[in-house]
Design a binder for this molecule. Sequence first.
Ligand SMILES: [Mn+2]
Length: 340
Amino acid sequence: MIRITRNDAADILKSADKILILTHQSPDGDTLGSGYAICRALRSLNKQANVICGDFVPAKYDYLSEGIDIQDFEPEFILAVDIADPKLLGKNLSHYGDKVDLCIDHHGSNTGYAKKLLLDDTCAACAEIIYDIINILGVEIDKCIAECIYTGISTDTGCFRYSNTTANSHFIVAKLMQIGFNYFRINRRMFEIKSRERIEMEMRALEGMEYFLDGKVAIITLTKDMINNSDPGELEGITPLPRQVEGVRCGITLKQHDDNVYRISVRTGHDLDASKICARLGGGGHKCAAGCSVRGTRDEVIDKLLNAVKDEMSACLKPDEDNIICRPTIDDIQGMDELA
Ligand SMILES: [Mn+2]
């Protein structure tokens, strides 16, 4: 594996053709937005390019691929976007794992599986790197490319709320807004609208939420039945829920993949490192959002997770700043009465 710069990556793409762009399983706005943005840019340079995903792509992302028909060609160049680990290609695309010519990514945990790697883990979204490359390629960013890049950045930053959001994230989006596109429509679709099934799923998930370690950990379990009866796109929205509870430092979602295999999503505030918790169990990701797969019965899996969280909590000495309770305590109120 060779680490390369944005300029190198642009040069490589300039001389490549018949490009197959891979996105990760359980696709999100960043992998799809990055994939379709670079696909549109490459096509405008008269190159052949397709985007593929090994998993079901939820309908809410349809606009990203609008007007992008599948072209018929034998791939000569394999590009992976937003994929930290070949395992994330999923079953259907796993045969590309050792054939990736170029990987563009922003995950610090990238395993270096591609022949060439453009990695910038200071970026909140892979789409931020893609924006730079499209500019280096000299492609004019149109409304459709702007929508793709905006979708990548807005979804990976939780609509600019997460701590990974930088001045550069806002700067790029400001430039996109000057071009003009309907961000309101995208925000409604990505961050507001929920199907009735989703609301019902949230109700069931929250009903079964359990607390551990003095309320510092909240866990939601999605059983195979719950998952099979729902649109995979809706499941994404469940993972932020346990972290929303006051006092919770680590929110965990267990998705039952097989009888004895759980896919785990870990979300933390910025005082705890989710990627370190998951690394203890063979996974990885970002500081505030990471994942892993754990084998065992549900109780065994929860046990392993809680041990990893406890170990990480004792290794991390940062104060629990996120959870300072803003509501005055009884003591404060009594104190105020005395002052009055
Ligand atoms: Mn991403």
